[in-house]
Design a protein around this ligand. Structure first.
Ligand SMILES: [Zn+2]
Ligand SMILES: [Zn+2]
Length: 878
């Protein structure tokens, strides 16, 4: 099979036009079914489940990185003979999606309550069908070879069934329960937030010291005083021992109140006065103290963030207004001892940045402790390996300190909690199927209005997407999955939960490896943000530089444990790489006249053996790097080989050999080396740059229908050849020395040089045998003479144990050149002195950012190297 629209016999365009190639190949691959996995295949399985992007989302650089790395892995394994499944899907993203549709309604002057739950959900589904596919189209643009025929959605029928099954089983096992508990509440979003969804921000506040009868205590939240039901001190605090157990009648803003004094380990005797007020209704620590000592809960702030009726004369007031007012009132009554400025961390809703209000309410919980213990063990006995390994500590710490997981959310969009309440007899029924009547009394039922935390469904992702709770061929073939690729920011939210739920329900780990990639920053190392205006739009980058260049950039900078800095210049650099490859392929294709696919007569001389050996080493390096998730090393190995070894050296050598070759057999050998090495290199590069490699591969002589389904290279034709590498290394060094002298003496590239090589005895035969090659590549007449003496007015270079003299007489105006060099030496010396002076100033080295100082040091090293080079050159013309 050939290129779908362009015949391979059509001449290759002069320039690489990424858009045309990308638009042609992606649909073709998809049409031919290359992305599809087959659960019945006998090949070894390899599976990655995509971290499901929010259905509301559009592609940002983080997605682009995450999915490029997954695509590199899946394409490599697919080519390498694995039955590769990249399982795609999207997440319903409870709150994010609900907010989008609520905003639409607001624009129409309506709220969700105006239209009711059913109509609202119909709107959300309609929105999802209409706009929810954006991110999938963008992932295709990125070249993602996921099995789209298996696209899942966390709210689809099968996954919803899995969610219910898990809920019911955990409930039956006693691991899901309902409890009054203090939760993080967002009064703006009207929902509970998990601890992970609360952001901490340092803010200035006032620490108000309030007189409580004989005691004084400090608080940053005086408005919660209205909900106080106790005072607490540390059990060992002798200052207050006499009060413990007493109930004190204390004058307050609304007459006298009674509070019990308790002793509790949670109180820090060093903090403030060592006495705290206990407000079980509005503080998580106080809630626990209250539970331990049987103190009642008094709710004075409501779910709307306003003071409740229990707040008496403050009822209806906003909680922050009430704070001001109550301080004024206490001051008037002489109840305030003093006020200090205070800086502390305030909890904010991660979505809308409203100050979170701790509130007591009835919620559903998972007792995750028993699940966490199993997940912890799996990461310790090697069933789950986290790369880089440093993240294992983060995972451990969270698992060890895990608290009950509040899974109910006060939203409409999501998996509705499968619990029904009977108001007649007070019974609660949890069920896999919807219930119409009370199984106990036959009376009417009310389904819990809340939905489950989004992470409850995405926590099942590795097995729910493969068909669980049914026993499917997909589950049997692809679970446990091979690797999960994700960012560190969702280790807790997602990775840990998948580990716990997968181990619990499948009795096996959900993934063998977890690869945690770094964060993408801008070129200056700054975090990208809309307000800074430094956000890189992956779609804009792809259309400007081509998808392959963008993908290669992401891989090339994905070093473990280091942030990835991205900029236009960097992507531009890899666009140049794509162009270099394109031009190299054009050169090969234009030199295939007389090529006979069956006419391979074996390795083509020293350069041929050398390039095959270099290719072999590169294949080895790329494979080893990919196995260890060192994407940058893999990309670097291909880049070095293709740019330096193949393009800069071998292609140059081969071109000259073809122009000169009179022996048709020699011509065939060189053509075969060019074709086989380039073809294998394209296959090696394909997972990184899928589009350009397919386009070029189709134009080269090849076996098979697409590079996507060709074999990933295992070895070059002739394998490693240490002798060829050593010999070519010596020749390359000699050529480089002569080229450098030409450059430093500013001699025109058109000018043929005269060089004498005073070769060491051991090197002379090699250099003599390949003098022609050196002459061609260095554009010089070369004499190999172990007994040579240095001619007058010649430049000297050293290559291995040989000295190379390049004659300058007649090529360079020695006097003028000497003057120029002396001037440049002076300039270089001045620059060195300036930089040294700067680095010697403590105010610079201590105050400037480390990066700037490092740059200055690098600059100094470069200036010193330049100075040494100029001084050496001066001796040539002297
Ligand atoms: Zn909020
Ligand atoms: Zn009933």
């Amino acid at each position: 099979m050939t290129s779908p629209n362009a015949s391979p016999s059509a001449p290759i365009p002069d320039r690489y036009e990424p858009a045309a190639v990308e638009e042609r190949w992606y649909p073709e691959w998809e049409k031919r079914g290359y992305f599809r996995a087959d659960p019945e295949s006998t090949k070894p399985p390899y599976c990655i489940v995509i971290p499901p992007p929010n259905v509301t989302g559009s592609l940002h650089v983080g997605h682009a990185l995450d999915n490029t790395l997954q695509d590199i892995l899946i394409r490599t394994k697919r080519m390498d003979g694995f039955n590769a499944l990249w399982q795609p899907g999207t997440d319903h993203a409870g709150i994010a999606t609900q907010v989008v549709v609520e905003r639409q309604l607001a624009a129409e002057g309506k709220t969700k309550n105006d239209i009711g739950r059913e109509a609202f959900l119909a709107r959300v589904w309609a929105w999802k069908e209409d706009a929810g596919g954006t991110i999938i189209r963008q992932l295709k643009k990125l070249g993602a070879s996921a099995d789209w025929s298996r696209l899942r959605f966390t709210m689809d029928e099968g996954l919803s069934r899995a969610v219910r099954e898990v809920f019911v089983r955990l409930y039956d096992e006693g691991l899901i329960y309902r409890d009054d508990y203090i939760v993080n509440w967002c009064p703006r979003c009207q929902t509970v937030l998990s601890d992970l969804e609360v952001e901490r921000e340092e803010r200035d506040a006032e620490f108000v010291y309030i007189k409580y009868g004989p005691l004084t205590l400090g608080t940053v939240r005086p408005e919660t005083k209205l909900g106080d039901t106790g005072l607490a001190v540390h059990p060992g605090d002798v200052r207050y021992a006499q009060y413990v157990g007493q109930t004190l009648d204390i004058p307050s803003v609304q007459g006298t109140i009674s509070v019990k004094v308790v002793a509790d380990e949670a109180v820090d005797p060093e903090f403030g006065t060592g006495v705290i007020k206990v407000t079980p209704g509005h503080d998580p620590v106080d809630f626990e103290i209250g539970r331990r000592h049987g103190l009642p809960v008094r709710t004075v702030i409501g779910f709307d963030g306003k003071m409740t009726a229990a707040a008496g004369k403050y009822a209806g007031m906003d909680r922050f207004e009430c704070r001001k007012k109550i301080v004024e009132d206490m001051q008037a009554l002489g109840l305030i001892d003093h006020i200090e400025p205070y800086r502390h961390a305030v909890g904010l809703c991660y979505r809308c940045k409203t100050v979170v209000e701790p509130l007591v309410s009835k919620q559903w919980y998972v007792n995750v402790k028993p699940l966490a213990d199993v997940a912890l063990a799996a990461a310790h006995d090697g069933r789950i390996t986290i790369v880089p390994s440093g993240w294992t500590n983060t995972y451990d710490q969270w698992m060890q300190n895990i608290r009950p997981w509040c899974i109910s959310r006060q939203l409409w969009w999501g998996h509705r909690i499968p619990a029904w309440y009977c108001d007649t007899d007070g019974s609660v029924h949890v069920s896999r199927t919807d219930l119409a009547a009370c199984p106990k009394c036959g009376g009417a039922l009310r389904q819990d209005p809340d939905v489950l935390d989004t992470w409850f469904s995405s926590g099942l992702w590795p097995f729910s997407t493969l068909g669980w709770p049914d026993d499917t061929p997909e589950l049997r073939t692809f679970y446990p999955t091979s690797v999960l690729v994700t960012g560190f920011d969702i280790i807790f939210f997602w990775v840990a939960r998948m580990a716990m739920l997968g181990l619990h329900f499948m009795k096996a780990e959900p993934f063998r490896h977890v690869y945690i990639h770094a964060l993408i920053r801008d070129a200056e190392g700054q975090k990208m943000s809309k307000s800074k205006g430094n956000v890189v739009d992956p779609l804009a980058i792809m259309s400007k530089y081509g998808t392959d260049a963008f993908r290669f950039t992401l891989a090339a900078f994905a070093a473990q444990g280091r942030d990835i800095r991205i900029s236009d210049e960097r992507v531009e650099g890899y666009r140049n790489f794509a162009n270099k490859l394109w031009n190299a392929a054009r050169l090969v294709l234009s030199n295939l006249e007389g090529y006979d696919p069956a006419g391979d007569t074996g390795a083509a001389g020293l350069p041929g053996r050398w390039i095959e050996s270099r290719l072999h080493a590169s294949i080895h390096d790329v494979r080893a790097a990919l196995e260890a998730y060192r994407f940058n090393d893999a990309a670097g190995a291909i880049y070095q080989f293709l740019w330096n070894d193949f393009c800069d050296w071998y292609l140059e050598i081969a071109k000259n050999a073809l122009y000169r070759a009179e022996d048709p057999a020699e011509r065939q050998r060189v053509q075969h080396t060019l074709v086989t090495v380039l073809e294998a290199t394209l296959r090696l590069l394909h997972p990184f740059m899928p589009f350009i490699t397919e386009e070029l591969w189709q134009r080269l002589p090849h076996d098979g229908e697409s590079i996507m389904v060709a074999a990933y290279p295992k070895a070059s034709r002739t394998g490693p050849d240490a002798e060829a590498e050593r010999q070519m290394g010596a020749l390359i060094q000699a050529v480089t020395v002569i080229r450098n002298i030409r450059g430093e003496m500013r001699i025109s590239p058109a000018q043929t040089l005269t060089a004498v090589v005073k070769a060491a005895a051991a090197e002379a035969p090699l250099l003599r045998a390949h003098a022609g090659l050196i002459e061609t590549l260095a554009r010089a007449r070369v004499t190999i003479d172990p007994a040579a003496t240095r001619p007058r007015a010649s430049a000297l270079g050293v290559a291995g144990n040989s000295e190379i003299y390049v004659e300058l007489e007649g090529l360079v105006d020695l006097g003028a050149e000497r003057q120029r060099l002396e001037k440049e030496i002076k300039r270089a010396a001045d620059a060195i002195a300036f930089t040294r002076g700067k680095l010697a100033r403590p105010d610079f080295t201590e105050r400037a950012p480390a990066e700037i100082v490092d740059k200055e040091r690098e600059k100094l090293a470069e200036q010193e190297a330049l100075h040494a080079k100029l001084v050496a050159s001066l001796s040539w013309v002297g």
